[in-house]
Ligand binder design. Structure first.
Ligand SMILES: CC(C)(COP(=O)(O)OP(=O)(O)OC[C@H]1O[C@@H](n2cnc3c(N)ncnc32)[C@H](O)[C@@H]1OP(=O)(O)O)[C@@H](O)C(=O)NCCC(=O)NCCS
Length: 405
């Protein structure tokens, strides 16, 4: 039977507020799978046109796939969220680009005709699962010099990227970080973020482990509104003596989950579901692992080439801010100003946090909001760097576009 590729759309996306990892963090007493469940249930609640029986797949990403992030979390979270047992699920891992890869993977299946609609998202509880938990890197990586030793430590790869781009100074990175905090605070003040957050009830304890009652989390915990250049100037550089990467110009260690609905455009329209973005192209690329932050550049080149677009066709950018230097390298490569208003309009991971495998869908959800507000923009791009030297880019078309086609 001949197959015809179908148009794929981003129907909707939601996330939990992001928390700070660790004993003082808001989700310290909350399971990772319960965060995913919250996000899936909110998606279903917001989209009553979708009959849960029709969901063809649940793809959930996590970098550390053990404990409450193990046991094929796409399957287990689907059951816990109350989806019929007939709905299958699986787990995905591409570290920071986990949720992004969950989206592109199910999107490929939708385009092929294997699925009509699927749930794709991600989770990372970095408090319960610190980066690198349980990993056992093959000694050959270092003994045979396949990669530089620093490749395994993301902060060190960010320092390496500063070395490669001597024009990107610590001051520039700090200035970028201050703007990210300002934009995020403004986006909150204007109600841009809250609309796609699902409140999470949490159990609270005191430092001695005693119960102190329940709370409701409705906002991102890591944000530091009012951050100034002076605040950032003297922070420690934990990844290198006299380095440039600090807690202020990097994303932190965070907990959170995201989920999105991906469908064929025909299915979405037939079921009265929103069409927030249309998928144009996606690509992944590898780079030297020791400068993993460079990854978004070749991934974007591939995605643009597939789409027959150039960077000047992109009207909105959502770039994951694992580190300020990595965003700045991308912008410098394309000759885009550090404060270009098309870039991360609502701020980014430096302010909101970056629970690794969940973040891709946060970028998409924010881009979808911006598309709705800006019908003059036709194309937008979500991109992220990925551990062990990769980049991931998805290009989207704005279904609300009102300009000349
Ligand atoms: C950079 C990193 C090591 C910092 O961890 P940390 O030391 O636990 O971070 P903290 O939040 O405690 O911040 C450290 C200090 O900076 C201060 N700080 C952080 N952001 C600040 C801001 N915006 N303004 C002022 N001070 C700030 C904190 O108050 C803290 O000060 P203190 O030591 O006096 O308490 C950690 O966040 C990290 O590893 N980030 C990268 C995560 C990563 O690799 N992700 C994957 C990407 S590929």
């Amino acid at each position: 039977m001949p197959r015809t590729v179908r148009d794929v759309v981003f129907v909707d996306g939601v996330r939990t507020p992001f928390g700070k990892a660790g004993p003082k963090g808001i989700y310290h007493e909350t399971r990772a799978d319960d965060l995913v469940v919250k996000a899936i249930r909110e998606l279903l609640r917001r989209n009553p046109g979708l009959d849960p029986k029709k969901v063809d797949e649940v793809a959930i990403a996590a970098t550390t796939q053990i404990g409450d992030q193990g046991l094929t979390i796409g399957r287990t979270a689907g059951i816990l969220a109350g989806l019929p047992t007939s709905v299958p699920g699986y787990s995905i891992d591409r570290m920071c680009a986990g949720a992004l890869t969950a989206v592109t993977t199910v999107a490929g299946s939708v385009a092929f005709g294997a699925y009509d609609v699927a749930i794709a998202g991600g989770v990372e509880h970095m408090g319960r699962h610190p980066m690198g938990e349980g990993v056992d890197p093959n000694p050959r990586f270092v003994s045979e010099k396949l990669v530089d030793e620093s490749a395994l430590f993301m902060g060190m790869t960010a320092e390496n990227l500063h070395d490669r781009y001597p024009t990107i100074t610590k001051r520039r990175a700090d200035e970028y970080a201050v703007r990210s905090q300002e934009k995020a605070a403004k986006a909150y003040a204007n109600g841009k973020i809250q609309a796609d957050l699902v409140p999470v009830s949490v159990r609270r304890t005191n430092p001695e482990g005693g119960e102190t009652g329940w709370g409701l989390v409705t906002a991102d915990e890591p944000m530091r509104p009012g951050t100034t250049l002076e605040n950032l100037a003297n922070l420690k550089t934990p990844f290198r003596v006299h380095g440039r990467v600090t807690a202020g110009n990097a994303a932190g260690l965070n907990d959170g989950a995201t989920a999105s609905l991906i469908a064929s455009e025909d299915f979405a329209r037939a079921n009265g579901l929103p069409v927030k973005m249309r998928l144009v192209s996606y690509a992944f690329a590898g780079v030297e692992p020791e400068v993993m932050g460079y990854g978004p550049i070749p991934a974007t080149e591939k995605a643009l080439a597939q789409a027959g677009l150039s960077i000047s066709d992109i009207g909105l950018f959502e770039i994951n801010e694992a580190f300020a230097v990595q965003v700045l390298a991308f912008l410098e490569h394309y000759g885009i100003a550090d404060d270009d208003e098309r870039v991360n309009q609502y701020g980014g991971a430096i302010a909101f946090g970056h629970p690794l495998a969940s973040s891709g869908v946060r970028l998409m959800t924010q881009l979808a909001r911006q598309f709705e507000e800006q019908p003059g923009v036709r194309y937008g791009l979500t991109t992220m760097c990925v551990g062990f030297g990769m980049g991931a880019t998805v290009i989207w078309e704005n279904p609300h576009f009102e300009g000349d086609k």
